[in-house]
Write a protein that binds this ligand. Sequence first.
Ligand SMILES: CC(C)(COP(=O)(O)OP(=O)(O)OC[C@H]1O[C@@H](n2cnc3c(N)ncnc32)[C@H](O)[C@@H]1OP(=O)(O)O)[C@@H](O)C(=O)NCCC(=O)NCCS
Length: 189
Amino acid sequence: MKYFRKMVGKRCYLSPLNPEDVEKYVLWLNDMEVAQYLTLAYQLVSLSNERETLEKFSRQGDHYAIVESKSDELIGGCALLNPDHINRTSEVGIFIGEKSCWNKGYGEEALRLLLDYGFNILNLHNIMLNVYAFNTRAIRCYGKIGFKEIGRRRQAKVIQGRSYDIIYMDILAEEFTGGSFLPPLSPPG
Ligand SMILES: CC(C)(COP(=O)(O)OP(=O)(O)OC[C@H]1O[C@@H](n2cnc3c(N)ncnc32)[C@H](O)[C@@H]1OP(=O)(O)O)[C@@H](O)C(=O)NCCC(=O)NCCS
């Protein structure tokens, strides 16, 4: 088995990532249509260094493969980053590498699954992300979930001859609405 259904939604589920998928990650992370929205656009993502990264991610931290439920195909990845269990905060990152899956709600659902896990299993209280101001699709996706802008680092991203703000957004546990994907604790009836 390649994937395991840890957090399960309708369209997709989160699984521990599988380093055997290295070629798919390298393909996606070298595709500038995907990478220009990520911090790694300027990095060399080769088979050997990505294999090392995936091996490391699969052993430590909350890094997940996003898998389409219908096909059991890998479509992207997401992670809880820099968790602080004293102050109950974390950051998140996400990408859907399979471009044919953009704008179909996979990003929203995958992030909801990750937040559900973060708030309801890890007992986090505040989850933050950052996004380039030109990434209007991502900002829309995060807004649908309940993330709110909390500040901007002005003109801190330079790309294609222009400067853009980096927008910081966060969400509190009590602002995360729309239901949990976790199974009920007691049997129904
Ligand atoms: C950002 C990303 C995770 C969002 O996932 P997704 O599955 O495409 O997003 P969703 O379908 O859940 O939501 C996208 C929303 O943006 C809207 N949208 C699409 N293009 C848009 C644009 N150019 N401007 C504003 N909104 C846009 C969609 O219509 C949809 O809103 P709706 O549901 O109200 O119609 C995904 O597109 C992705 O990985 N992109 C490349 C990498 C990336 O940007 N990662 C995030 C870095 S911060």
